[in-house]
Design a protein around this ligand. Structure first.
Ligand SMILES: Nc1ncnc2c1ncn2[C@@H]1O[C@H](COP(=O)(O)OP(=O)(O)O)[C@@H](O)[C@H]1O
Ligand SMILES: [Mg+2]
Length: 243
């Protein structure tokens, strides 16, 4: 089953304006990009820096609107959904970004960061939320003692684990991970990759794993695409996971 799909996505950004503020030159960042994510499978997107990977991730997460094209969650266009469908899409398609320093609210404690999505989207009781936060932190390799801390009191690896816990607690069908290890020390990168692999086995999440590093994508993905000059090309199919 196809969980998330985009069809014919194009977007360009203005690079020059004239005296009157009119756009005189644009760069095309994505040009007719189509992609399907199958349930339970992991898809990798490889591409050089600046090729539009983050732009595509943001469009799939509805953080940015394309000039043309459509995004479908479970077959329905996210631009035409009713509130209930749209909420289900927002809960089920989660994100982990490159830099957990920017993506975690510095004024919130870890327990509140991880619980936020539950509080916004569901009506759980306090003690239910607390139990879910504890068990999710544990699944993400974090001790309970971290709950009362703020992001700046954590290591880079711990911060990224918190960002992952915040996504995983909602039991999403898809996690879009945009360069999730690029901002981390090399020694920590493989630990975070292993965590993604473990979480997939536990919760059967589909990943869209975006990276400029072939080794990272190779460790995790069933399918691989390369994004180059605004076009997405399918490279390999089947299981080529190493090990
Ligand atoms: N909001 C924006 N306004 C103008 N240009 C942008 C904007 N966002 C991204 N770009 C440009 O689009 C291109 C792709 O950016 P991005 O998606 O961040 O690439 P990647 O994640 O692959 O490094 C870059 O040239 C970038 O400068
Ligand atoms: Mg990027």
């Amino acid at each position: 089953m196809v969980v998330l799909e985009c069809r014919d996505i194009s977007i360009s950004y203005p690079v020059k304006r004239d005296f009157f503020g009119r756009v005189t030159e644009k760069i095309s960042v994505l040009n007719g990009v189509s992609l399907k994510l199958e349930k339970g499978k992991s898809t990798g997107i490889l591409g050089d820096s600046g090729c539009g990977k983050t732009t595509l991730a943001r469009i799939l997460l509805d953080l940015e609107k394309p000039d043309t094209g459509d995004v479908f969650y479970r077959g329905n266009s996210i631009y035409k959904m009713d509130r209930k469908e749209y909420k289900s899409y927002r809960v089920n398609v989660q994100a982990v970004f490159q830099n957990p320093y920017n993506s975690l609210n510095p004024r919130m404690k870890v327990k509140d960061i991880v619980a936020e999505g539950l509080r916004i989207n569901f009506k759980f009781k306090r003690d239910e939320i607390e139990t879910m936060v504890r068990s999710t932190l544990s699944s993400c390799g974090l001790p309970d003692s971290i709950m009362e801390l703020y992001p700046h009191q954590l290591s880079g690896g711990q911060r990224q684990r918190v960002a992952i816990a915040r996504a995983v607690i909602l039991k999403p069908e898809v996690i879009i991970a945009d360069e999730p290890t690029s901002a981390l020390d090399v020694s920590v990168q493989s630990q975070i990759i292993n965590l993604f692999i473990e979480l997939q086995e536990t919760f059967s999440i589909s990943y869209l794993f975006i990276s400029h590093n072939p080794a990272v994508v190779d460790a995790l993905c069933d399918d691989l695409y390369v994004l180059d000059k605004g076009k997405l090309c399918y490279v390999e199919s089947g299981d080529f996971k190493s090990g």
